[in-house]
Ligand binder design. Sequence first.
Ligand SMILES: Nc1ncnc2c1ncn2[C@@H]1O[C@H](COP(=O)(O)OP(=O)(O)OP(=O)(O)O)[C@@H](O)[C@H]1O
Length: 601
Amino acid sequence: MKSLLYFTKKLHAYAGKILYINLFGSILIGLLDGIGILLLAPLLSIIGIVDIPLNDFPGLRVLYALQELPKDRALLIILGIYIIMVSGQSFIGRNIGLREIRIHTGFINHIRLEIYRTLLQANWGFIMKKRKSDLINSLTGELGRVTNSTFVFLQLLASIVFTAIQIGLAMLISFKMTLFVLGCGLVIALLSKRFIRKSRDLGTVMTDLAQSYLAGITDHFNGMKDIKSNLLESSRYRWLVDWSNKIAYERYENSKVRSNSQLSYKLFSTLMIAGFIYGSVTLFQHQGMSLLLILVIFSRLWPRFTGIQSNMENIAGSISALKALMELQEECFKAQELQGANGIDGGAIMPLKLEQNLECQQVYFRYDQHQPDYTLEAVNVRIPANSMTAIVGQSGAGKSTLIDLLMGLMKPEAGKVLVDGKELANADLLSLRKSISYVPQDPFLFHGSIRDNLIMINPNASEEQMWEAMEFSSAAEFVQKLPRGLNTVIGDRGVRLSGGERQRLVLARAILRKPSILILDEATSALDTVNETKIQEAIEKLKGRMTVIVIAHRLTTIRNADQVIVLDKGKIVQTGQFGQLSEDKKGLFNTLLGNQLQVAL
Ligand SMILES: Nc1ncnc2c1ncn2[C@@H]1O[C@H](COP(=O)(O)OP(=O)(O)OP(=O)(O)O)[C@@H](O)[C@H]1O
């Protein structure tokens, strides 16, 4: 319920008074519909189906005058009112419908953008812990369920109001009989509570199934090559068969709950009517008139009760989605990198200029604070501005983690990260990142042209600057050979390019930003020696103009670094120049270098 109110408040904030105009319109339709019940009585009398003594019904005395008029005139008046009522109802209904679609689509977009924005503003530590496919599921399937059920909730409220109006009008016809129908409705509503519970449980299973589908199918497409080359197709296929069976079962169960609920309403109403007719004829010798009235009231009110029940089941089935999305949003808010910041406009942020050095002082970090071991322990690093620093160490030593801390993507558990002697504050995070160009191990390219991929980092870059950046990263030659040059569309994640070509393009993109800090995390690992040497030489030329931090496994590529930092199991074990470290026979660097040279021979 809390989650439902949470999104209803959002809808209220988004749509404002239009929402109430629509609600009022729905209630008006209900009112017009209710008047139809009242008009039935004189109509039936005039047509001569049954003679209703309207004078006997206190609420209907207003209509008595109609019965007194000549038949054809009364008929004309009633039919005239009927035409006005039905066309008014249809006109209002049409406007409400159209407005509702506009509010609905706008509200989906509003929530989608809000969640996406808060996700974009959330810190890296939070995003890293989330399963990617769960986030995709939240922004696709769950979002639809949430906005839908918020509207169903509003419909439910309108339904309740207009059922109340109809009950009031029905009471004008017959208080006792309306009370009887109401009592029956209450009994069946109590008996049907279990259907609502079941719908809620099934909704939770549906959320789990939707998440597992998206997770499995994402894994499948990410690992397509592994699947094909290792002949894993049958295991993946079995997974999908298994999932399909589960979803088919759950969908069937869901429909079963809905139809069982509708069936019980129908059966109950049939029994009730039969019982009532039997009772009134045999026990109370009631008039045909009473029977007719109960049928009229019943035929109007009962569908409202079943509608309310169906709305409640619908909402119950979406509770899991509502809860999941609300929690995601709340978590995102808590994990906001810059508390209270609304904007995501990177353009307005001024890059920070590193003048002296980037430092870590006694930094401790671990991904899981329940684990005893630290990923980084007592780390002290000083990276002088406009120099080249290489970070080396065995796989899992903590090199990428150290880079993440230096970029302010994650915060140390203890110790400090300093920029030019000043502790990195939240307010400076985005300025620091605006001054950095980072090339990760697995570079990312969007589906689009090469030009699109380059220009996204610097929308003002000229064609000449783009070619210059590509010359720098040895990408110009292969891009020139492509049939459409800069306009060549590269596939999803750039898969139509080789790993090395992708790395060269991402490097060109990084340079195009003209960063003051360039961070390369194994950025040339997929390159052949010729291209790697070319890039290495180009990077070395950046010394003095830019702060360069390089993570490298191939140690020969960092021969000319100003300083080399050696990490081992999260600790810094050596720092110095390449030559100096390689001569320290007992040091880890010498061992690593020795191992690589042995492999090369
Ligand atoms: N998101 C994460 N959650 C939990 N543990 C992590 C996470 N990322 C890395 N680790 C762990 O932290 C340690 C350091 O990882 P890191 O990626 O920093 O090492 P690395 O030296 O860059 O390794 P490589 O050279 O293989 O890229 C590893 O033991 C790794 O398993």
